[in-house]
Design a protein around this ligand. Structure first.
Ligand SMILES: Nc1ncnc2c1ncn2[C@@H]1O[C@H](COP(=O)(O)OP(=O)(O)O)[C@@H](O)[C@H]1O
Ligand SMILES: [Mg+2]
Length: 379
């Protein structure tokens, strides 16, 4: 049976080759110096050394691997390597709750995208969440990209671990997922490029009120992952942090999030964005915003968040995006940015690429762009 390794961060040691931190190696004793592996572009990688380490790594299943890629730029494509030729790349979706062999309606268009390079799997979401079991329509070993509902970090880890047992490796490890999914994790990497934020790790109203002391002007409330932006006036936007209304908005937010609440409460300084209108149903202000998907450090697409046209970005804007890219470490993630009234860009949030919506972007085009990045790249 083919053996797989999911590679994490890498660095180069002159004379020894590339050293990778490796995630999710189920049987780490199975690997020997001299073993040959292949990446998704069929590049050959020979293990020239192995080192186990309990310290300095995010989890103890990880060990360091030295490869033959000595003087070249890091060329392992896909970060999943297989002993049995190039690994498959497939997509995995949640099933329709009423019919477990068909995909959930909300992802049907993605599932049916015309790009047939990728094989597709469907798993039963309810079985995962409520019974902690993997029920899947087929098992395609290799690299898999999930496209679907946001998962709580512990749910993502559960899905990840269950899939690893089947030799299926999600593109992002559980720690990669948490890094982009939870605000405190990404905020600290890019804090000068986003709006000032304060948070705690509770879902209690009294603790959240204390955060108000850190602000003098308008703020937004959210948890580590989501806001209630469609309840803008009574559960999202706070005009005056010293007012009674501020407490009412926070209470509404926390109460209404209920069991959906993730992590802790976050308050973020509100900045004036370039207004392009108001949401017709919820009255939420709509601004010039973009969602950028990044896959293996390459931009997949820059999508107008509210269906706004993609104006050609100025060099300063591209430099801004490049800076963010250089500070976020994930194989597949999104950067949401907005333009402030003073024309500068600001990061609104970072997300895991697997659980970020396409915001109306054409599905066929999206999967074609992903295909190009995965299979062409720097060949
Ligand atoms: N600090 C802020 N200043 C001004 N507007 C903001 C700010 N943060 C968010 N917004 C607006 O509110 C919307 C929702 O905020 P966001 O943090 O993306 O929450 P969600 O995770 O629910 O999408 C954004 O798309 C943006 O229009
Ligand atoms: Mg958002």
């Amino acid at each position: 049976m083919a053996k797989y390794i999911q590679l994490g961060e890498s660095f180069r040691i002159t004379g020894r080759g590339f050293v990778y931190k490796c995630n999710a190696v189920p049987e780490k004793d199975n690997f020997r110096v001299g073993d040959t592996f292949y990446d998704i572009n069929d590049n050959k990688i020979i293990i020239s050394g192995i080192e186990f380490s309990g310290r300095g790594f995010e989890d103890d299943r990880i060990f360091a691997l030295f490869t033959n890629l000595n003087d070249k730029k890091d060329k392992v494509k896909g970060k999943i390597i297989s002993s049995d030729g190039k690994p498959n790349v497939s997509f995995i979706y949640a099933a329709n709750p009423l019919e477990s062999n068909t995909v959930d309606d909300d992802y049907l268009k993605e599932y049916n995208s015309t790009n047939n390079t990728f094989q597709k799997m469907i798993f039963n979401y309810e079985e995962l969440i409520y019974n902690h079991r993997l029920k899947i329509n087929k098992k395609i070993p290799g690299l898999a990209i999930y496209r679907g509902w946001m998962l709580r970090p512990e749910q993502y880890k559960e899905l990840y671990d269950l899939l690893v047992k089947e030799n299926i490796y999600l593109i992002n490890s559980p720690s990669d997922y948490e890094r982009c999914h939870l605000l405190p994790n990404w905020y600290n990497k890019i804090k000068d490029y986003t709006t000032k934020s304060a948070w705690n790790s509770f879902n209690t109203v009294d603790d959240a009120f204390k955060l108000l002391n850190e602000f003098n002007g308008p703020v937004m409330v959210k948890d580590y992952v989501k806001s209630r932006k469609h309840e803008w006036d009574d559960a999202c936007y706070i005009d005056n942090p010293k007012s009674d209304k501020a407490k009412e908005v926070i209470s509404n937010f926390i109460t209404r999030q209920g069991p959906e609440f993730v992590g802790g409460t976050v308050l973020r300084e509100y900045v004036n964005l370039k207004r392009i209108g108001y949401h017709e149903k919820s009255g939420m202000p709509i601004s010039e915003e973009y969602r950028i998907f990044v896959l293996y450090d390459e931009i997949v697409s820059i999508i107008g968040y509210w269906g706004n046209a993609i104006t050609k970005f100025k060099k300063e804007d591209m430099d801004f995006i490049e800076w963010i890219k250089n500070h976020i470490n994930s194989n597949f993630y999104t950067i949401d940015i907005a333009r402030k009234e003073d024309d500068q860009l600001v990061v609104i949030e970072i997300g895991d690429g697997q659980v970020s919506g396409l915001q109306g972007f054409n599905e066929d085009e999206f999967y074609d762009l992903i295909n190009k990045i995965i299979y062409c790249g720097d060949e």
